[in-house]
Design a protein around this ligand. Structure first.
Ligand SMILES: N[C@@H](CCC(=O)N[C@@H](CS)C(=O)NCC(=O)O)C(=O)O
Length: 180
């Protein structure tokens, strides 16, 4: 998701790919950056962390919201920020659980998909007039569906399907998916 956002907003960055099969993320120096040994991780040398070093952020949602704030300049009020946070948290917590936690998938997934299908009708951005961080988080999770669950029939959710196709058609999405 962060790579898609970075590409979409044309924010320059350096990408470091870890050899996760070799367990590089569970060793130093990465462990000092994220003690939970998870990717993605963002280091912004142009900003400071509470400990005085460069800003280090784990959790893709936190990274996305930071990028949207500092480099995407998406928020001009607490209300705008809160609505974006709402969608990013929905995607990363509620939707991700319904997708990836098998016990939740049977009940939760159809309910969320039905509601999303209604919400996504028309294909306009979730907040305001322009594609932003809320769209990135929700659309990225929906675009995981054909990748991780190709057998899933999405025929009952045509607006979700259209949203996935629209994401796949975006040059920045393709660029983000092609790297690493
Ligand atoms: N909630 C976290 C999830 C991070 C996560 O689980 N990352 C996976 C890759 S997608 C990972 O680093 N797995 C390595 C491991 O658990 O050893 C986020 O959104 O950043």
């Amino acid at each position: 998701m962060p790579r898609w956002y970075l590409a979409e907003k044309q924010i320059p960055y350096t990408w470091i790919q870890l050899d996760m099969a070799a367990g590089e993320h569970r060793q130093e120096p990465f462990l000092s950056l994220n003690p939970f040994a998870k990717v993605p991780l963002l280091v912004d040398e142009g900003a400071s962390s509470a400990d005085g070093g460069s800003l280090r952020l784990f959790e893709s949602g936190a990274i996305l919201l930071y990028l949207a704030d500092r480099y995407g300049h998406e928020f001009s009020s607490p209300a705008q920020r809160a609505e974006a946070e709402q969608w990013v948290l929905f995607a990363n917590a509620t939707l991700a659980t319904a997708l990836f936690v098998e016990a939740a998938r049977e009940k939760e997934f159809p309910r969320l998909m039905a509601a999303l299908n209604t919400r996504l009708e028309g294909g306009t951005p979730l907040l305001g007039g322009a594609w932003g961080v809320a769209d990135c988080a929700v659309q990225a999770h929906l675009a995981y569906l054909p990748i991780f669950f190709p057998q899933l029939d999405l025929g009952a959710y045509p607006h979700v399907q259209a949203c996935i196709h629209a994401s796949q058609g975006r040059a920045a999405y393709q660029a983000a998916m092609a790297t690493g």
